[in-house]
Design a protein around this ligand. Structure first.
Ligand SMILES: [Cu+2]
Ligand SMILES: [Zn+2]
Length: 179
């Protein structure tokens, strides 16, 4: 009886990795819980690996109406209120900032998001980032030693100013975490 119990315990130990792979269909996924400057909930960002990049879907609430810079920053640390702890833009290839710039963009540069005037229902955004990866060892791996963070800014990224698009202060931040 004693040895049977031991066997059952071993089988349980072996189970979790399989269950994890099944639950996610083998596709690496990550999430970022977004917080504002007062650590309030600003919504969620999910990241899903595809053969062609990482599909990023944001559901954001409680932002001011207008255009906001939307980036991936280089460190997975969101210390309110200023979120400076997240460092600069995620930039493993030492590129220049900006979608419209020769020699750009940073891997973490993404198009601006537009929060509506009547934004009670929040905002949903989907964007494919072809320069980052959730696969360990791949170029642009987001979950490297110091991780990475999703960031929303007070103003628009002008897509050209160095080093970060003159997008104003950081108003929402979320640490990218493996799901
Ligand atoms: Cu940013
Ligand atoms: Zn940038």
């Amino acid at each position: 009886m004693r040895s049977l119990t031991a066997f059952a315990a071993l089988a349980l130990f072996a189970a979790p990795p399989t269950a994890f792979a099944d639950a996610h269909d083998g596709t690496p996924m990550a999430t970022a819980s977004m917080i504002g400057n007062d650590e309030e909930d600003i919504g969620t960002v999910t990241l899903k690996q595809t053969p062609n990049g990482v599909l990023i879907e944001a559901h954001l609430t409680g932002l001011s109406a207008g255009v906001h810079g939307f980036h991936i920053h280089e460190t997975g640390k969101c210390d309110a209120p200023d979120f400076k702890s997240a460092g600069g833009h995620f930039n493993p290839t030492d590129a220049k900032h900006g979608i419209t710039v020769e020699g750009g963009p940073h891997a973490g540069d993404m198009p601006n998001i537009h929060f509506p005037e009547d934004g009670d229902a929040g905002l949903r955004v989907e964007v494919l980032n072809t320069m980052v990866s959730l696969e360990e060892g791949a170029e642009g791996y987001l979950l490297d030693e110091d991780g990475s963070a999703i960031m929303v800014h007070s103003g628009a990224d002008d897509y050209e100013s160095q080093p970060s698009g003159d997008a104003g202060s950081r108003i929402a931040c979320g640490i990218v975490e493996m799901k």
